[in-house]
Design a protein around this ligand. Structure first.
Ligand code: AMP
Ligand code: ZN
Length: 113
């Protein structure tokens, strides 16, 4: 837990979030500034800054993030079309320095681009 990390604070129950799904290793909650009709974040409970800081022991856990994604898109009814996205570093637009996977979906028609 990193005290000044907003996602660690959510993990610790010190900051509110609209929880969608939880496992021993991950939280999934809605993004406060949605960029798609459905926008949730898959967040490991463990504080890892970004993909660059993943250690060998974290890799199996990250594999399980995709299992979480499968469960979540099923639950949210967006299994037929969604995007998974990870920003790494400020240049790429990473604002929160706690690894997270964006899940975007819920469009009525095929997403252009
Ligand atoms: P990124 O730009 O990849 O670091 O994404 C960070 C995301 O976290 C942004 O889409 C923010 O809208 C979202 N965010 C920041 N603070 C919170 C919060 N307290 N609860 C939910 N989402 C948040
Ligand atoms: Zn954190």
């Amino acid at each position: 837990m990193k005290k000044d990390c907003i996602f660690c604070q959510i993990v610790a129950g010190e900051s509110p979030a609209k929880m969608v799904y939880e496992t021993e290793e991950f939280l999934v909650f809605t993004d406060i500034h949605p960029k798609a009709p459905v926008h949730v974040l898959i967040v490991p409970r463990k504080h890892i800054v970004s993909v660059n800081e993943l250690e060998k022991d974290d890799l199996a856990m990250m594999g399980r993030a995709y299992q979480v994604a499968q469960e979540v898109v099923q639950k949210l009814g967006i299994r037929d079309g969604y995007q998974l996205h990870i920003n790494v570093g400020e240049k790429a637009g990473q604002l929160v320095d706690h690894l997270h996977i964006h899940v975007w979906g819920g469009w009525k028609v095929k997403q252009a681009g």
